[in-house]
Design a protein around this ligand. Sequence first.
Ligand SMILES: CC(C)(COP(=O)(O)OP(=O)(O)OC[C@H]1O[C@@H](n2cnc3c(N)ncnc32)[C@H](O)[C@@H]1OP(=O)(O)O)[C@@H](O)C(=O)NCCC(=O)NCCS
Length: 183
Amino acid sequence: MVEVSEYFPGLKLTLDVRFRLATKEDLPLLEWYGQYTHFRRVFAKTFREQQLGSRVMLVADLNGFPVGQIFILLHMNQARGNMYPRAARRGYLYSLRVMDHLQGMGIGTRLIQEAEKILKHRGLQWAIISVAKNNSRARQLYERLGYRVYTESPGVWQYINHLGKIIKMHEPSWMLEKRLKNA
Ligand SMILES: CC(C)(COP(=O)(O)OP(=O)(O)OC[C@H]1O[C@@H](n2cnc3c(N)ncnc32)[C@H](O)[C@@H]1OP(=O)(O)O)[C@@H](O)C(=O)NCCC(=O)NCCS
């Protein structure tokens, strides 16, 4: 058994987290040491689209490492049918995640707020976000930030993993929207 007297004094750390666009150097780091290797091609494609101007990859940078991320699909249009019925120009926020050990410290909130600023800066009036129906904590976070459910989605999508295999996903989801002020 360890006696209390055997503990040494603690060390308080302050984290300096910056928010910036992803660079090419971030792409392997976004795999988070194997946790998201299966998204290698998704990251590469999203980065190409960021360079072309149709998407944005925003990261939370801690000492040069992207510990959090949110991606933005700009200029979402009617292409996906009646899931997005409003005519106003809108941006879609997705792939929000923060490394496990840094969750609950406000990084996710800031990522969403910075993403909203980017949408407003580009003249978009609405932000859209989807959340799996079984992720009630994330839904609570979005509702706290002013998002409201406006419809549901079967959440059927697919991606090509790092081995070139098509992975089909089925995540029934809520779709939430938020009107961006001063857009
Ligand atoms: C959701 C997530 C991005 C939030 O980032 P964060 O930095 O932890 O968020 P903040 O510190 O700004 O806000 C905390 C709130 O986030 C939500 N949250 C925290 N941990 C979470 C987790 N593991 N999963 C889902 N939501 C979580 C809760 O609403 C929490 O508020 P609470 O502590 O009152 O319950 C982050 O927790 C995460 O990466 N979760 C796993 C992936 C995920 O669920 N992504 C969302 C997909 S829609």
